[in-house]
Design a protein around this ligand. Structure first.
Ligand code: UT7
Length: 329
């Protein structure tokens, strides 16, 4: 039997575009109010990419910071994985553009499409490849420009989402010296494909004048069903970690930033205080695959990642796809 190489997270970076879209700005676009949005979601503002930015631009900014944090040169990277559902275009992969722009001369690259669970899934793929010796250093980026697939006349969706990117560099634990990969999960629940989706632009509904006229290229969501699903899965995933390692081992939970009320409901179900969880949803909204790495970087800067303690990252979203990533910091 071959021995697995222990894996760590050597670097972390985040980037959000400068432009802020506030709840007051949204009041001018749809029939909503700052009060409603804050009470129902906890969101106060979200960032919007500039017209000349594409998803790989955001990813590039986050990735440069992650590489610098890891003290690693781009040509040391063996593989670039970009988790996104709003890539530069359907193909080629945004990871290939990103790898070229970064100067990752030896790397291969591919995108991973798992919506809000994308970073958590990609991190497990990366860790598995390093553990098995197939790669030494892997860059994982979660990057989204959701504002390009939102309908700013649909109040069911437009207040919830924002743009941004977060990146992590995985390597051997020996080199990283922190962020030991302990595992995670990758799951899915069928029968719910239509609850959260971008209906057109793929083989089911190829883009036509008619699909555009019907606004099927925009995100559609049945919010309440997603809400219930997210609370249940969040609580189950964290409970699984508690059962295995014990409650006192958990340093911080850095969940997908989905909705403040979802996070609060799940924490209540777990009988855990809100100071065990890191939230930044008030400033960025839900940035899908970018939300966990952006929050993780900010948790690090805020001194919330405690040496030797567990960092639990549950994520859930379209698919319905769910899973978690577990590190010991
Ligand atoms: O990563 C996963 C991505 N998905 C999500 O994060 C979505 C999760 N779901 C949610 O966050 C919540 O379901 C929402 C925030 C989307 C909605 O909250 P809710 O408590 O489930 O509200 P609701 O849809 O049941 O709507 C309550 C009321 C309705 O009015 P009536 O029927 O009670 O008169 C809606 O029409 O609020 C109304 N409403 C709004 N009012 C002002 C819905 N959206 C808005 C809005 N502004 N933006």
């Amino acid at each position: 039997m071959t021995t697995l190489i222990p894996v760590g997270m050597a670097g972390l970076g985040r980037y959000v575009p400068e432009r802020r879209l506030t709840n007051q700005d949204l009041e001018k676009l749809v029939d909503t109010s700052d009060d409603w949005i804050v009470q129902r979601t906890g969101i106060r503002e979200r960032r919007i990419a500039a017209p000349d930015q594409v998803t790989s631009t955001l990813a590039l900014n986050a990735a440069r910071l992650a590489l610098a944090d890891a003290r690693m040169e781009p040509d040391e990277i063996d593989l670039v994985i970009c988790a996104t559902v709003t890539g530069d275009q359907p193909f080629p992969a945004t990871a290939c553009r990103l790898g070229l722009d970064l100067g990752c001369k030896r790397a291969g690259g591919f995108d991973l499409g798992a919506a809000c669970s994308g970073f958590v899934f990609s991190s497990q793929v990366a860790a598995g490849m390093i553990q098995s010796g197939q790669a030494k250093n892997i860059l994982v980026v979660g990057a989204e420009i959701l504002s390009r697939i939102l309908d700013y006349s649909d109040r069911n969706t437009c207040e919830l989402f924002g743009d941004g990117a977060g990146a992590a560099v995985y390597t051997s634990l020996e080199r990283a010296g922190r962020g030991e990969f302990l595992g995670g999960s990758i799951g899915m629940e069928g029968g719910a494909e239509g609850i959260l989706a971008q209906p057109a632009g793929g083989s089911r509904h190829p883009a036509t004048a008619s699909t555009v006229e019907q606004k099927l290229h925009y995100m559609k969501m049945g919010g309440t069903k997603v809400f219930r699903f997210a609370v249940r899965v969040f609580a189950e995933l964290v409970q699984g970690v508690i059962d295995k390692y014990g409650r006192d081992q958990i340093g911080v939970i850095v969940p997908h930033q989905v909705n403040q009320r979802i996070i609060e409901s799940a924490m209540e179900q777990l009988s855990m205080p809100m100071d065990s969880v890191f939230c930044n949803i008030d400033r960025y909204g839900n940035t899908s695959a970018a939300s966990v790495p952006i929050a993780l970087r900010e948790a690090l800067e805020a001194g919330r990642l405690q040496k030797g303690k567990l960092v639990v990252m549950p994520a859930f979203g379209a698919g319905m796809a769910w899973g978690h990533l577990l590190l010991r910091w």
